[in-house]
Write a protein that binds this ligand. Sequence first.
Ligand SMILES: C=C(O[C@@H]1C=C(C(=O)O)C=C[C@H]1O)C(=O)O
Length: 399
Amino acid sequence: MSSPVLARPRPQYDAADLLTAYLPGSFYYSSPRGTLLADGVHAAVAAEPGASRAGAAARALADARAAGLADPIVAGALGFRPDDAASLVVPALVRRAPAPDATTAAAAASAPVRASRIVTPQPDPADYVDAVRRALLHIETGDIDKVVLARALDVTAEAPVSVPPLLARLVHADPAAHAFAVDVTAPGDPAARTLFGASPELLISRRGRTVTVNPLAGSRPRSADDAENRRRIDDLRTAAKDRAEHDLVIRQVAAVLRTFCSGLDVPEPEVVGTPAMWHLSTRITGTLAEPGDPASSSLALAEALHPTPAVCGVPTSTARDVIADLEPAGRGYYSGLVGWTDADGDGEWVVTIRCAEASEETVRVHAGAGIVAGSDPEAELAETRAKFRTLLGALGVAE
Ligand SMILES: C=C(O[C@@H]1C=C(C(=O)O)C=C[C@H]1O)C(=O)O
């Protein structure tokens, strides 16, 4: 007779448990695929700036498995530029739960928000409008077809800002968003820094052979009025300028994916909504030709796709130079990527937008807009203003 195997049952969590357990220093990520909360550092993933982070992640995952860590993952964030800092670790403990739903974090969402915060635009809105005009000159002269220009708001409170209730509000406001919070404190920083947000834009999700990417480009603010929203959706669906802006992104993303996939389905764009915005969206699926190749891991694919013209421009390197010239402050983690990958290469990475970085009393909120021929500088300013609403709503302030 065999004796029974004694083992502690694997704990079952729901999305609310993990959101409640989140504390700065943890890695939190939720999306329609599920919720993940990772704590502690088994190993940091070091990579020289500019070198492939996917290679370093694959080595760290192999070492973690060899050291006996069950189902290790690499989780964290990469910045916008290849030479920006990254924050990637093999966490010591990973807890998973199903995706959040409309009931998740209801209590946090109804809690009052502490008022009296000062909002400082970086740069001044007039300077942003001027930068858009200068970007249009680059487009007229033919240097670039598209560039995404961003600006920021510094929201300063009277006391250190607590990220967990802000994250809970973001999840409650849009349970279908890709919500995240990542510790991005670097050696030498005077205080801890947390990157958090609710991105609508899936850079890549990989399960086995199947990859899904969902670029967004072309936007309208959401209105409080249903009839007005129907008008805006129709307008977005039919406007030649938005369609051209969207097609630039899809063409580049599909071209990159074709080099990894044996089959690719690129449907017609549709309009999707967040609580603050409407976007043109194309949900592309592909079948990987070599799923066992480390060069096809979700992080390797994310690095190959990044930066898409949804956050940078066309052509990529000239657009990146125009951004460096026209945006007074570096982007850091904004418009980079956040997510996780496992030892089989499966994982999910999102574009780091609708996000902010909190440190002590200050939260820096970011938003950008794609500039193409025919863009109206004031309308692009209004678009960034509407995009800020995702984070400002959680903070309980207006621009
Ligand atoms: C750059 C941002 O958003 C991106 C730009 C968009 C656009 O220009 O229409 C739409 C969605 C995102 O790909 C942002 O939210 O900061």
